[in-house]
Design a binder for this molecule. Structure first.
Ligand SMILES: Nc1ncnc2c1ncn2[C@@H]1O[C@H](COP(=O)(O)OP(=O)(O)OP(=O)(O)O)[C@@H](O)[C@H]1O
Length: 263
């Protein structure tokens, strides 16, 4: 469990500023959803959290230590799964285990990979299957199994369910929440990028909306430990209805502003 503190973070790939003066305090074990329209810099923000990019100004601290490079402390799950296509599903998990647990024998790694495959409700028989033999949902389950297998205290998820159908998406949302909740003592701090307001309402303990050009935090909401929403209640619970309307309004205003600026 690690606290994450983002202080006055600014970033540009070249001359154009992408992120401007972003600050946030995230408590260990939070499930943070980042919302914002396409191109506002959500993935860039995750890359900075991962240590794959360096801030131009400001800093990111994990338990008071600055993030200076990528490390096993922060795992990533991508929309396009990020599995090595030439390896089987099981080998994809085993290679991650090898990086983290240097002293584990091959046999132990195989047993652990199988355990992780079962944890994400897949059959052991997919261990030998290549990613191209698996459905999108199965591939994403493998990617989640791989991310959880190295047990990173911080998990960065970049629109992981963006390309899945509604039913698979709902099942994987449940899966991730259950895996996250299962760890009562050392619950992971999750940063989850999504375009979907309902997904954020369902999953998040904390919601941040990023504006754009350059991207700043334009809204944030914290459930402060009293979240009682689930799939059955998010459509009629008054708190959820009000929050959904507010979030949609804010995001639409941003889109409108962007359109007006272009005209
Ligand atoms: N490697 C890169 N080099 C230069 N510019 C980049 C690079 N990656 C992203 N950008 C630019 O940075 C801006 C933010 O991109 P980013 O992918 O972070 O946005 P996003 O909010 O995640 O978008 P989406 O929701 O569509 O995935 C965009 O203008 C994009 O073109």
């Amino acid at each position: 469990m690690l606290n994450v503190s983002v202080k006055n973070l600014s970033f540009s790939y070249d001359k154009e500023l992408i992120l401007a003066d972003i600050s946030m305090e995230v408590k260990a074990g939070a499930f943070v959803c980042l919302l914002g329209q396409s191109g506002c810099g959500k993935s860039t923000f995750l890359r900075l959290l991962a240590g794959l990019e360096k801030p131009r100004m400001g800093e990111i601290l994990v338990d008071n230590e600055p993030v200076l490079k990528a490390g096993l402390q922060r795992g990533m799950v991508f929309q396009d799964y990020g599995l090595f296509p030439w390896m089987s599903a099981g080998e994809n998990i085993m290679i991650a285990l090898k990086q983290k647990f240097k002293n584990m024998s091959t046999h132990e790694r195989k047993l652990e990979a199988i355990r992780r495959i079962k944890d994400v409700e897949l059959l052991e028989s997919i261990f030998d299957k290549r990613p191209k033999e698996l459905s999108g949902g199965m591939k994403q389950r493998c990617a989640i199994a791989r991310a959880f297998s190295i047990d990173p205290p911080i998990l960065l998820m970049d629109e992981p369910f963006g390309s899945l159908d509604a039913v698979t998406r709902a099942k994987l949302q449940e899966l991730v929440v259950n895996l996250w909740k299962k760890e009562t003592k050392n619950r992971k701090t999750i940063f989850f990028v999504t375009h979907d307001v309902d997904e954020a309402l369902l999953l998040a303990t904390d919601i941040f909306v990023l504006g754009q050009s350059p991207s700043k935090i334009i809204y944030n909401y914290s459930f402060n430990g009293d979240k009682k929403l689930d799939r059955k209640t998010i459509y009629d619970n008054p708190q959820a209805v009000q929050l959904r309307n507010e979030l949609i309004k804010i995001i639409h205003n941003e889109i409108q502003m962007k359109t007006n600026n272009k005209m």
